[in-house]
Design a protein around this ligand. Structure first.
Ligand code: PRX
Length: 653
């Protein structure tokens, strides 16, 4: 968060109580009810979570709700057997939900497809049988690299149905990123598409996958979903024997596919995310705890009712798409809107036209999108009837009060509560959040903990502090079960502070006089660009692969729209400090090749030296000061203070 935002957050004193009409109909209707339920969830977590779990289907009831005997490796619903796809689909087939819309999809060019829960059952069962036909069995890992089309939902749920572990890879990642993930997860199958639409252009997904799986021995088959069956496919290459059209295999498989009975602790999915060091880590989520946690958070945070039309704008390639586009709302039997493309295609009002057309009532998006809408101007939302909206949400990064107020006024018509939800890939579901019918909100604060969550703001020694590190003191059902293949890294990263007593999410926070939490941003070397986590170490190691580069340091700087942007300081080999535009281009191409376009820096500064301590450690803090134009902090430990002046000149030059 920029200094400016930080200051406006520090001064923020406005409070918005939930509208009375909203509270009157809400699941959690006031602070008394919230406090009562919260106390219960903390004092009797096993009783609280057992009751939540009882709202769902289990083939066999659990023997124990929580097992923390091997902390920090937790188990939930030990001995229980269930299936999350059953709870998303089959559970709804016996009542009126069966014929209600489960997924309302809009393609970027404007097509529409609607799947009822019964349709979803058919689609997912068919998809699951195709997976089986390709030899996928319980426990196998399947990589999914698809655009935001309904088949993406079907593919994910089909894996869950047969107990295969899905590893969804956001369709903006490069071939090399896919390859790293496929190899790490040992995926046997990659599911992709012949294309999808983004800002008027098609995504050549199949080409990217072809490149990614070259030489990947683990991948036996590539399953290709045609975006527009019945029409000519997008241009693509084909490898006989390895590649299969989904629609061709789907013709001949059985229509029914029973759900695999999964142990509560069987792995449900892997999702790769950036850390502060080294390569991306495969975050492990298992079945039972994640299922109950996403179900209950979706129900209460979004106050879901049978008549709601719920739209989460996140891509399924990120955790928000997993938990709150698919698993959470579908377990609740909600109607979910799914949109394929860009928010500004064909014009800046696309999102609002979707809200109006589908009568969206609950809308969940990211602060970066809100800041872009603000910039585009008030006239775009004003062209549309947004009166169907009753609740708004944000996720992914701190929201500055100005953006919060704009969202509240222009989109929410001053009548919709806003839930600013703080959580992470690792937490599985929402951790800090207002409950919309209960919690008075303050612009920029994620307010209070969800049920069962015990947060604290601590100093390095573990004492309570007004400002410091965010910590979570007790396990919750949705907590990830570790990093795939690297239990030590799990301990080192998340349980490194306070003698391993509490979970350390990597965020800085502040707590105010009402006990409200204000997330300040990452305290590690992870930068949050438009809500996407990028490890600076990952970029740095890419730059040094270039023969002209000796060393580099990448930092996050405030960015008006993206929240944070990246700046790369690049030290060249030899005595030169001047990199050419060609070199800049080559470095950018390298990042696109290794990660994807979304990880490109705002600026590359070439330099003959970097500020270092006498022991040779790069002083990133000073680089940040230079980039933000702030007074320089302590420079006494610098080996060569003259470096700073030349960098300052270059930065502003
Ligand atoms: O820094 C926090 C920020 O996003 C990080 C988690 O990123 P990721 O795992 O990609 O998940 C994003 C979607 C859940 C956190 O460590 N973050 C997320 N939500 C908020 C936030 N920062 C401030 N306020 C939020 N509401």
């Amino acid at each position: 968060m920029s200094q400016e935002n930080l200051e406006s957050v520090l001064q923020e004193s406005r409070t918005f109580p939930p509208p009375r009409e909203f509270s009157a109909r809400a699941h959690i209707a006031g602070m008394d009810q919230y406090r009562r339920m919260y106390e219960r969830s903390i004092n009797d977590p096993e009783g609280f979570w057992a009751e939540a779990a009882e709202e769902l289907h289990w083939f066999k009831r659990w023997d124990r709700v929580k097992d923390d005997s091997e902390k920090p490796f937790f188990k939930w619903f030990v001995g229980g057997k269930t299936n999350i796809a059953y709870n998303c689909i089959d559970r709804h087939l016996d009542d009126a939900t069966a014929n209600k819309a489960a997924i309302v999809w809009e393609g970027e060019p404007g097509e529409e497809r609607v799947w009822t829960y019964r349709d979803l059952h058919r689609q997912v069962s068919r998809f699951a049988n195709v997976l089986k036909q390709l030899g996928i069995r319980k426990g196998d890992s399947v990589a999914i690299y698809l655009p935001m089309i309904p088949e993406l939902a079907a593919a994910v749920l089909a894996c869950a149905r047969i107990g295969a572990v899905h590893s969804v890879i956001f369709a903006g990642f490069s071939a090399e990123s896919i390859r790293d993930r496929v190899i790490d997860a040992n995926s046997k199958l990659v599911i992709t598409g012949d294309g999808g639409w983004r800002r008027g252009k098609t995504l050549p997904l199949k080409d990217v996958v072809d490149e990614a799986v070259q030489g990947c021995d683990c991948v036996k088959n590539v399953l290709v979903v045609q975006r527009d069956p019945g029409q000519d496919p997008f241009p693509h290459q084909w490898t006989e024997g390895r590649d299969h059209w989904y629609h061709e295999l789907a013709e001949s498989v059985d229509r029914l596919c029973p759900c695999e009975e999964m142990d509560a602790e069987d792995m449900l999915f892997l999702l790769y995310t950036s850390g502060s060091t080294g390569k991306p880590k495969g975050i492990i989520h298992t079945t039972g705890g994640y299922m109950v946690y996403t179900y209950l958070t979706a129900k209460y945070v979004f106050d879901l009712k049978p008549e709601d039309v719920y739209w989460c704008t996140a891509d399924v390639g990120w955790v928000t798409g997993h938990s709150y586009l698919l698993y959470g709302p579908l377990q609740n039997g909600a109607t979910v809107v799914m949109y394929e493309g860009a928010p500004n295609w064909p014009d800046n009002a696309r999102f609002w036209s979707i809200v109006e057309k589908h009568r969206v009532s609950v809308f969940y998006t990211a602060p970066t999108a809100i800041r872009a809408f603000m910039k585009w101007g008030d006239e775009w939302p004003q062209k549309h009837d947004l009166s169907s909206l009753r609740l708004l949400g944000t996720v992914g990064e701190p929201i500055n009060p100005e953006a919060w107020m704009w969202y509240h006024t222009l989109i929410g018509g001053e009548r919709c509560p806003i839930v600013d939800t703080w959580w992470q890939t690792e937490t599985g579901g929402i951790m800090l959040t207002p409950l919309p019918g209960a919690t008075p909100t303050k612009p920029g604060s994620a307010t209070l903990p969800f049920f069962g969550v015990v947060p604290a703001v601590l100093d390095a020694e573990g004492n309570d502090a007004r400002a410091g590190y965010l910590a979570i003191k007790e396990p919750w059902p949705g907590i990830f079960r570790g990093i795939y293949g690297d239990p030590q890294r799990y301990k080192d990263t998340y349980w490194c502070r306070w003698n391993g007593a509490y979970y350390f999410p990597g965020d800085g926070a502040r707590v105010d006089e009402d006990g409200y939490f204000w997330i300040v941003g990452r305290v590690d070397d992870v930068v949050n660009v438009s809500g996407h986590r990028i490890g600076t170490a990952e970029l740095e190691s890419i730059y040094v692969e270039h023969p002209a580069v000796a060393e580099s340091a990448v930092i996050g700087v405030p960015h008006e729209i993206k929240g944070q942007g990246l700046v790369a300081f690049v030290l060249l080999r030899g005595s030169t400090s001047d990199g050419s535009d060609d070199l800049r281009k080559e470095l950018n191409e390298l990042v696109v090749k290794k990660i994807g376009k979304f990880a490109l820096p705002e600026k590359i500064i070439f330099s003959a030296d970097l500020p270092k301590t006498r022991s040779g450690k790069i002083m990133r803090r000073l680089l940040r000061d230079i980039a933000t134009g702030q007074a320089l902090g302590n420079v006494t430990t610098l080996a060569d203070p003259s470096v700073i002046e030349s960098l300052k000149e270059k930065y502003s030059g």
